[in-house]
Ligand binder design. Structure first.
Ligand code: NAD
Length: 317
């Protein structure tokens, strides 16, 4: 059976699937040639990440498809319900990348509190001529330890973020309408573990009492953070969005940054992907990454293994 892994797949997954008798094709086919390729090659399984779209038109035009797999969580690039109605199995790997996204949250947070986003831009240009000036400019850093982290959306990734925050000595609060507080277990290298009860508070309380706010919710119809919400935040708060573009209103964010209400933002996702707003990209107080939250080698291996075992199980039955 032929599998097209159009956005790539880990080597270990290729090996597992090949051993199980599948033919895995990793050629990157452009979106406008995808339907022809699937039909010509008689592809039965289409695996995507976030780049390739599997929409109604493709589903209608490719009767050979039996399974569409998304390596990762969000399935906004697949018409899931429509595919299922047509008898196509749709799978994803929701657990495999939570820890990688959570670690990137802290990469942005540490970058934010020590101005690394800015010093990495300025050191190559002026580090040899204005060293003392830059040293002074970045001297008033802050520590994460002892600060309050507000997590909006305490699902898989939110919980993983909470674990790291607790390990750093931060106070953690959450706002999630579908939870009434969660217990987070911290496991240590020597087998010991500790449970922490994390309170769920109102959105307003979270906004007012957090030093840093991070969002881990699915894509929304309306922004969760807009002008009203920025106004409720502590002066000098930091905000992190690795969830989906549009969850934070970018115009309101730019205003909050320009007014100094928000000290810095860490962004991995944007309203207009893959062509984010230049104003966001050029803002001096934004730490930027190009939607790489799940993109660690370890997560790719876990995603590949999870996809391979789901595929093998499905076709076995
Ligand atoms: P999850 O479903 O486990 O958790 C989402 C949580 O958000 C749930 O607990 C839900 O109750 C809560 N929620 C929904 N709407 C809310 C709202 N309006 N206010 C507050 N809470 C709300 O999902 P997850 O695995 O934790 O992933 C979260 C999101 O992270 C994904 O949907 C995806 O958009 C994003 N993500 C980004 C990357 C990346 O590369 N940057 C990678 C993976 C996932």
């Amino acid at each position: 059976m032929k599998i097209l892994a159009n956005d790539g797949i880990s080597q270990n997954a290729i090996e597992i699937l090949t051993k199980a008798g599948y033919n895995v094709i990793t050629t990157k086919v452009s979106q406008n040639q995808l339907i022809d390729f699937i039909n010509k090659e008689d592809i039965k399984i289409l695996l995507v990440r976030s780049a390739t779209q599997a929409r109604k038109d493709l589903i209608d035009a490719c009767p050979s498809l039996k399974l569409i797999g998304r390596g990762g969580v969000g399935m906004d690039n697949i018409d899931v319900k429509y595919a299922q109605e047509k008898g196509i199995k749709v799978i994803n790997t929701p657990n495999a990348s939570s820890d990688s996204v959570a670690e990137l949250v802290f990469a942005h947070l540490f970058s934010g509190v020590r101005f690394l986003y800015d010093s990495n831009r300025n050191m190559p240009l002026e580090g040899d001529t204005l060293f003392s000036e830059l040293k002074k400019k970045y001297a008033k850093g802050k520590e994460l330890q002892g600060k309050t982290l507000g997590i909006i959306g305490i699902g898989r990734i939110g919980k993983s973020v909470a674990r790291i925050a607790l390990g750093l000595g931060m106070k953690v609060i959450t706002y999630d309408p579908h939870h009434q507080g969660v217990t987070i277990t911290l496991s240590f290298f020597d087998g010991r573990f500790l449970d922490f009860d994390i309170p769920n508070v109102s959105k307003e309380d979270l906004l007012k009492s957090s030093d840093f706010i991070t969002l881990h919710v699915p894509s929304q119809k309306e922004p969760i953070i807009g002008e009203k919400e920025f106004n409720l935040m502590k002066d000098g708060a930091g905000i992190i969005n690795l969830a989906r573009g549009g969850v934070v209103d970018e115009k309101a964010l730019l205003n909050a940054l320009d007014e100094g209400k928000v000290a810095f933002a860490g962004l991995d996702v944007y309203e207009n992907e893959p062509t984010p707003s230049i104003k966001i990209l050029m803002h001096p107080n934004v730490s930027l990454s190009p939607h790489i939250g799940a993109a660690t080698l370890e997560a790719q291996d876990r995603i590949g293994e999870e996809l391979a075992s789901l595929i093998i199980d499905y076709f076995k039955n």
